[in-house]
Design a protein around this ligand. Structure first.
Ligand code: CA
Length: 441
């Protein structure tokens, strides 16, 4: 913990002091933005209702030492050069930005910073990192149990679950920023009567509420990241919506796992909240029920057991065309706790690299659907409607088994804990359309 976590700190950017903002001065997430009519994206830090232009601060001479070096790595159109640097560089830049924005910094600096603050309403946010590889885990015991029970009522968990952090290699090219439209995918679904599968638009389009981990420094091929070193390779987190076509998934996944049912598109939130900002919200790792096996030694670390969890709440909301027409707010579908996850971020990184596989700056590692045992903590429609058997009724009287065209899914997340301000992850939203159409972000 350092001065950036001071719960009493206030900013001269007054919107950052609003108790409801996602971006108080204790958060300072990184993103990539363009101003209206600008072509070249640049790195920014969110504070209240504004975006701080990091490279412009550096050019104005507002940083020194490691913070200056780190800010120079923000001169491009992605966070990747910054991610490749040492965690101490990330930290020094964060502390320097915090000092610039605090109420008690020199007036000369404030005048300079005011010139490089852009109202967020005037910017377009982009995918913040160039994602080389995307891996999706399956780290929620409740999610794995619920989904397993649909197919194997008496034996829902497969025998490897409590030993292996299960995952699959996803598709990086179709990871997009929040706001991008989702075109209902076509695909194969299982044969019904005549023994021949059909090909057409999915009838079981779903979302999955997940947390994404952005890798900072990578590792050399053949050199695993030890679990006690994983923190030094983890830069920050974002919201992830792993859009899923359940009918396609069921037919294609045997025996090699999901393929086109997942690679259709994956949405991420535009702001990367750093692990340093999340430090006050560290909680013990998930308490394994008695009788569960302990993690194998390469997945065990005492410190990670004490602080590997995160007091993060993740919510999913739905807005239908009829709800928008009737000016109804989005309806909350679920509210899950990240602290319910069976595996920690450090365990996922240690496992991912345990065979010598290398991760690289900007890789996206998603947690898997964040679900709890309670019905309102289930992070996808597959679980919420029990594969369509228990439809949800919306305030308009409409019902949903799976997503329909023009449905918009909005994910939000925040960290909160006694004695610390609430910090948010922002939003990850996407609307389902039937055909490709002009992007209306
Ligand atoms: Ca998933």
């Amino acid at each position: 913990m350092n001065e950036t976590h001071d719960p009493a700190a206030r900013s001269w950017v007054t919107s950052a002091n609003d108790p409801n903002t996602d971006f108080p001065i204790q958060n300072l997430p990184f993103g990539v933005f363009t101003r209206q009519h600008e072509a070249t994206p640049r790195v920014g830090i969110a504070v209240g209702d504004f975006v701080l232009d990091v490279a412009a601060c550096e050019r104005a001479g507002l940083f020194t030492g490691r913070a200056e070096t780190a800010a120079r790595a923000c001169a491009g159109s992605s966070l990747n050069a910054l991610l490749a640097r040492e965690p101490e560089d990330w930290s020094q830049l964060r502390q320097a930005v915090h000092r610039l924005l605090r109420t008690d910094r020199p007036a000369r600096d404030q005048a300079l910073v005011e010139q490089v603050l852009v109202p967020v309403r005037d910017v377009r946010l982009h995918l913040p990192v160039i994602i080389g590889d995307y891996t999706d885990f399956y780290a929620s015991l409740a999610h794995a149990t619920h989904v397993g029970r649909m197919w194997r009522p008496n034996d829902p968990l497969l025998p490897n679950y409590k030993f292996v952090p299960v995952g699959y290699h996803g598709r990086a090219s179709s990871v997009v920023v929040s706001g991008t439209l989702i075109v209902r995918p076509h695909g194969q679904t299982a044969p019904t009567g005549d023994g021949v599968p059909s090909f057409g638009p999915t009838a079981m389009l779903d979302y999955e509420v997940e947390l994404g981990f952005i890798i900072g420094r990578g590792n050399q091929l053949g050199e695993p990241i030890r679990i006690d070193q994983a923190d030094r390779h983890l830069f920050g987190v974002c919201l992830v919506n792993d859009w899923s076509a359940r009918d396609m998934q069921r037919w294609e996944s045997q025996p090699l796992g999901p393929f086109l049912s997942k690679s259709l598109l994956t949405s991420v939130s535009p702001w990367i909240v750093t692990f340093e900002a999340l430090e006050p919200y560290r909680v013990p790792a998930f308490a394994r029920p008695s009788g569960d096996p302990p993690p194998l030694p390469y997945l065990h670390d005492d410190r990670d057991m004490q602080r590997g969890g995160l007091a993060l709440t993740l919510e999913a909301f739905l807005s239908t065309a009829a709800m928008r027409r009737d000016r109804m707010p989005p309806m909350r579908l679920s509210r899950g706790q990240f602290s319910d996850m069976y595996w920690t971020a450090a365990q996922l990184v240690a496992h991912h690299t345990s065979n010598g596989c290398n991760v690289r700056p900007g890789d996206l590692i998603a947690s898997g659907t964040v679900s709890g045992v309670a019905k309102d903590a289930r992070g996808c429609l597959l679980e919420l409607t029990w594969r369509g058997a228990e439809p949800i009724t919306l305030p308009t009287g409409e019902t949903r088994r799976f997503l329909e065209d023009e449905d918009e899914v909005i994910m939000r997340g925040y960290a909160a804990r006694e004695g610390a301000p609430r910090i948010g992850l922002g939003e990850c939203r996407g609307r389902v359309v039937h055909h490709a159409q002009a992007d209306d972000r």
